[in-house]
Design a binder for this molecule. Structure first.
Ligand code: PLP
Length: 229
């Protein structure tokens, strides 16, 4: 292992400063999530030692191989695309699943949560840019999904998550903000609109300006990802 992890201190200082400026302007206090894909547990734990209390996991297999090494003081959210047959491996180990984009997935999370005697918080992932390559529910189908998900006793819907297209990210962050407020005003029974998870390394300050409550940062904190390991 590379013992010099001080670059993480430096990166986190910069992120906190910029996020703090944006949040002061917006009058909010968003959480900073550390996105851990490809990052060794030593580096993740170093971030936790600096005060990071929220981790974002993309891949079930990778999470399962690393979770025992993580300092348990941080909360873990699943943020990656999740297949229904993998849900069983993570229920009870993550406090939120941010990537719910179908009633089938929501039902499976609910069923397995009830079986384990827990209720799992979820966000609905929205494909705000309408990109073929991305998961997420289309904005037009979101309300129907929320209404159906609200009926499930093993989950609590807490808000929305999105990955906007990298180009024109600001336009799409604005659309998400509108959609989030519209749904909050419409008040779907059994659904709360507390969390709006958006913003990554390249656009977290803009996302905070558009009302994000959770920014998900990987490379900006841990450096470029090395997929070869
Ligand atoms: C990888 C990833 C991030 C972080 O991306 P960076 O550009 O490295 O900050 C955020 N959200 C999701 C869903 C991701 O998969």
């Amino acid at each position: 292992m590379d013992n010099d992890l001080s670059y993480i201190d430096e990166n986190l200082r910069r992120i906190r400063y910029r996020a703090g400026e944006a949040a002061a302007k917006a009058g909010t206090s968003p959480r900073i999530m550390a996105v851990t894909k490809t990052v060794p547990p030593e580096a993740v734990n170093h971030a936790i030692s600096l005060g990071i209390d929220l981790l974002g996991e993309n891949r079930v297999q990778e999470f399962l191989s690393k979770q025992d090494s993580y300092d348990k003081s941080a909360e873990v959210h699943m943020i990656g695309h999740l297949q229904t047959n993998k849900v069983k491996y993570i229920i009870g180990s993550v406090t939120m699943i941010q990537s719910v984009d179908s009633i089938r997935l929501a039902s499976e999370i609910s069923r397995l949560s009830l079986a384990r005697g827990v209720v799992t918080d979820v966000l609905c992932e929205v494909n705000i840019g309408g990109e073929d390559s991305k998961s997420g529910v289309a904005p037009e189908e979101l309300r129907a999904l929320l209404e159906q998900a609200a009926q499930l006793e093993g989950i609590r819907v807490k808000g929305l998550m999105t990955i906007p297209p990298p180009t024109d990210s600001d336009v799409f962050l604005g659309r998400m903000e509108e959609l989030f407020h519209k749904l909050r005003d419409q008040a779907v029974l059994g659904v709360s609109m507390d969390e709006l998870s958006m913003g990554m390394t390249h656009d977290y300050a803009e996302a905070i300006a558009h009302g994000s409550t959770i920014v998900r940062i990987g490379t900006g904190l841990f450096g470029a990802r090395d997929y070869s390991k």
